[in-house]
Design a protein around this ligand. Structure first.
Ligand SMILES: *Cc1c(COP(=O)(O)O)cnc(C)c1O
Length: 389
């Protein structure tokens, strides 16, 4: 075998891939582990969406390549959604591009904008792919502190001037994974103005735009008055519509950024199966607010259940306003030890805070994407482990 590339040597294995390997080993020993570590919705998408997929797959004409910009009706459905929901106008052929999930868009945008010496401004803590995308592209990561005393918002004023000079991308994500923090539109105005001033592309990874609690409605970063020229948003069907395995999303934003991303993508992938586009259009055009509210009510009940249990398992947390997680501080044990003991002694897998950046050293992330009965058993196991430790 030839030696690995330096690029690959610098890239750690994906954290949930490592956890998954470990869980398979435990399962092979006959141990049943409940997974509260992964953000994978446990409920299905609406049946109309699944029916559309099946009907479209039956059409013999739908099995070929679909073109690098993807399906025109799908792009129009995305543009219509942004118009309806946010009053944001998008040109369906120039300002919308389908993605194979937003994770794909994160890495390919990094390839489009980062050379050696360029910097990606990455929230610490945040979704791991932002820093991994920068590493894959050969760029550098500058961690932007996201701390509880600043309401888990990025501290942009703390970024040194020389770093700003080399910065090309700023990643944000609200409703936030892992903290569950939400923002108002004024936040996007402020951040977009900052990015315009420093000529940085703002990427709003809006994976939880429809996973929200307590009546909150998430804004889009494209609703800003000042920043449209420098703002791309990544829309994902995975969490908002329970379609994580379908690998469908979209990048929306200014024509030049979309065409740069397309240039990368068209050399790497060749789009989706037409049936996936058709089902995605069906989701955008037909999922009702009540379907989303009912789904969110289930998560909200689980959220409240987990929040109530935290003191009895040595954790504390702010109430999340959106996304699929409780981001909890470990009170009196070392975090890594907590995760290890919860796994080995209570047979419950929880995500270690360090997976989300150096600022996560005292936190763990608990996912709400597990069926109620499994969640109850997991909490009971953790409570009895913690009480007898
Ligand atoms: C789950 C998640 C993603 C990945 O979404 P896909 O569309 O499934 O690739 C991206 N960003 C954040 C913040 C997530 O939590």
């Amino acid at each position: 075998m030839p030696p690995r590339s330096e690029r690959l040597n610098n890239l750690p294995p994906y954290v949930f891939s490592v956890i998954g390997d470990r869980l398979r080993e435990l399962q092979a020993q006959g141990i049943n582990v409940i997974r509260l570590d992964i953000g994978n919705p446990d409920m299905p998408p609406p049946s109309d969406v699944v029916d559309k997929l099946a009907a479209s797959a039956e059409n013999p004409a739908n099995h070929g390549y679909t073109g690098y910009r993807g399906d025109a009706a799908f792009r129009r459905a995305v543009a219509d959604y942004y118009q309806r929901r946010f009053n944001v106008k998008l040109h369906p052929d120039k300002e919308v591009l389908p993605l194979i999930g937003s994770k794909e868009g994160i890495v390919n945008l990094s390839l489009a904008y980062l050379d050696k010496g360029d910097i990606a401004l990455v929230p610490d803590i945040g979704y791991p792919s932002y820093s991994m995308g920068a590493l894959l592209a050969g760029g550098d990561v500058h961690w932007v502190a996201v701390r509880e005393d600043n309401d888990f918002l990025p501290d942009l004023m703390a970024i040194p001037v020389d770093v700003l000079g080399r910065a090309r991308l700023l990643w944000i994500n609200y409703p936030n994974n892992p903290t569950g923090v939400t923002v108002e539109q004024s936040f996007y105005e402020r951040v977009a103005a900052f990015c315009v001033e420093h000529d940085i592309l703002l990427v709003s990874d809006n994976a939880y735009i429809d996973v929200v609690y307590d009546g909150y409605k998430a804004p889009s970063a494209l609703q800003t008055n000042v920043g449209r020229s420098h703002t791309v948003e990544l829309f994902s069907f995975s969490k908002s519509y329970n379609m994580a395995g379908w690998r469908l999303g979209a990048a929306v934003g200014p024509e030049n950024a979309i065409s740069d991303l397309l240039r990368v993508k068209s050399n790497i992938d060749s789009g989706h199966f037409k049936a996936i586009y058709d089902a995605g259009s069906e989701a955008l055009n037909s999922i009702s607010p009540s379907w989303i509210e009912e789904r969110n009510a289930v998560y909200q009940r689980r959220r409240d259940r987990v929040m109530a249990a935290l003191p009895s398992i040595g954790l504390s947390a702010r109430l999340p306003g959106g996304a699929l997680y409780v981001w909890a501080r470990v009170e009196d044990i070392d975090m890594t030890q907590y995760v290890e003991d919860a796994l080995i002694q209570a047979h419950v897998s929880i995500a270690p805070g360090l997976a989300y950046g150096p600022g996560g050293a005292q936190h763990v992330r608990i996912s709400l994407g597990v069926p109620d009965d499994q969640l109850e058993i997991a909490l009971e196991r953790l409570q009895s482990w913690y009480a007898n430790r």
